[in-house]
Design a protein around this ligand. Structure first.
Ligand SMILES: *[C@@H]1O[C@H](CO)[C@@H](O)[C@H](O)[C@H]1NC(C)=O
Ligand SMILES: *[C@@H]1O[C@H](CO)[C@@H](O)[C@H](O)[C@H]1NC(C)=O
Length: 439
């Protein structure tokens, strides 16, 4: 039996057109909140289905954590009570698709309990059983194949990179005041995460369920993850290597939000890039084929002021926080790919002025850091905007990087911000398709 399947595998390899190794995973995140959006931003299962032709995994976001009992629960019962099944039933049509439920992410907003995920780690084996039992029953009842752990652990503290007078003094002071320490108990939490994920994995396995993990943007793996010890607990590991800077975290300056390679000029942090993050996991003995590189289908948009200049070359100084929300996604400082595309020069907007004037696109010819687009502030200091984003072309460059590194694949975040209606060029899911093509 075994030799037969080995033979088959060999056959499959020989039959692969290019001899280059191809990455196997295209993990698609599906934020179910997109079902409730209005207008063009509303993603219905019928729209989703087209995308599923390209995905190996669909990760349904998000379930939450009850801070007192530590149970996993639906954040929107009215929706999930039918939608969980609606989504997992799609497996009948796409038999190779695995559907996971993700807990945490940035959807489980709980202002009264901002540290509840740290509390989960600290609570000990007995109390964690409630997490384990409740997730298994939620998964089983609704036909999911597995759980994705996207725990909200303390984030890197944002730092202004631009040299200002006194910055050396500030650095010096930080070194001694420990201002850079994200979590004074990180060592304990790291050990607890190992134990917790090991128990969780054992229990899920017994129920024939899979476990994956997602490292959220700016959760620092050095602090929280003992990679050699946890790597076998997870079938796949999604590194959300984007949002290194955001207009909320870094209101006063704008920079590439998800560069592939480090930029050493201008005092930038050495770990705010994909290459560093991926190498960190590889150097800590994580098998390359478990790692999926996170790619965002949205861009981050800052407001440029009169003092930000006209060139737009990052680091862009003197920005003023998030740019106004997009007309569909409605989140300040975030623009979905179709929203960004609509702001590029086209036949319609060529003569527009003010807040509707087109942005100027700057393509990264080196293919290392990402593209950006801008509209310098006008004479009154208004309507300035600077956006860092991955368009289908740059997403393809990242997919090629994934293949060159021999990684498992890509984790796309998320389907609802890709152009699933084909508003930009007529092609639906252009980012997803570009990635699939280049993996
Ligand atoms: C285990 O799960 C896989 C995929 O989710 C499924 O195909 C298989 O039938 C399951 N096996 C059992 C014994 O339930
Ligand atoms: C975590 O942060 C520290 C600085 O506080 C940095 O030196 C380290 O490289 C970071 N690790 C990762 C994986 O980003």
């Amino acid at each position: 039996m075994r030799s037969l399947s080995a033979l088959f595998l060999l056959f499959a390899l020989v039959m692969t057109p290019a001899t280059l190794v191809t990455a196997k995973n295209l993990v698609c995140f599906y934020d179910s909140a997109s079902y409730l959006r209005l207008g063009f931003a509303k993603l219905l299962p019928a729209d989703l289905e087209l995308g599923l032709n390209f995905c190996t995994h669909l990760i349904y976001g998000y379930a939450g954590l009850k801070p007192q009992t530590l149970e996993v629960y639906s954040l929107n019962v009215d929706l999930d009570m039918f939608h969980y099944h609606e989504i997992t039933l799609l497996k009948a049509k796409y038999p190779k698709l695995k559907v996971f439920l993700s807990v945490g992410g940035d959807r489980d907003v709980d202002e009264a309990n901002p540290l509840k995920y740290v509390g989960l780690l600290e609570s000990g084996r007995e109390k964690q059983q409630a997490f384990i039992d409740s997730s298994i029953s939620l998964l089983k009842r609704n036909g999911f194949d597995g759980l994705d752990l996207a725990l909200q652990l303390p984030r890197n503290k944002p730092r202004k990179v631009h040299g200002t007078v006194g910055s050396y003094w500030k650095k010096f002071k930080k070194l001694f005041t420990g201002d850079f320490v994200v979590d004074p108990m990180a060592d304990e939490h790291k050990a607890q995460y190992t134990e917790f994920s090991t128990n969780l994995r054992t229990a899920l396995e017994r129920s024939n369920l899979s476990l994956s993990m997602t490292v959220l943007p700016n959760v620092n793996s050095t602090w929280f993850f003992d990679i050699p010890k946890i790597k076998n607990n997870f079938e796949i590991i999604n590194l959300m290597a984007f949002d290194f800077l955001t207009p909320e975290r870094n209101p006063e300056e704008a920079d590439y939000t998800a560069p592939i390679y480090p930029l050493t000029e201008q005092d930038r942090l050495p770990h705010y890039n994909i290459e560093f993050q991926v190498n960190y996991w590889l150097q800590n003995q994580c098998p390359a084929d478990k790692i999926n590189l996170g790619i965002a289908t949205y861009g981050r948009a800052w407001k440029m002021t009169s003092d930000s200049g006209f060139s737009g070359a990052p680091v862009v100084p003197e920005t003023y926080g998030p740019a106004p929300a997009g007309s569909q996604s409605l989140i300040p400082g975030l623009l979905s790919w179709p929203e960004i595309c609509a702001k590029m020069p086209n036949n319609v907007n060529a003569d527009y002025r003010g807040e509707n004037a087109p942005l100027r696109k700057v393509t990264d010819l080196e293919q290392r850091y990402g593209n950006y687009a801008l509209r310098p502030a006008d004479d009154n200091g208004e309507h300035g905007m600077w956006v860092s984003y991955d368009d289908p072309d740059f997403a393809a460059i990242k997919a090629s990087y994934v293949r060159t590194k021999g990684l498992g694949g890509v984790a796309l975040y998320d389907l609802s911000y890709d152009d699933f209606r084909g508003l930009c060029t007529g092609l639906k899911f252009p980012i997803l398709r570009a990635i699939k093509h280049f993996l």
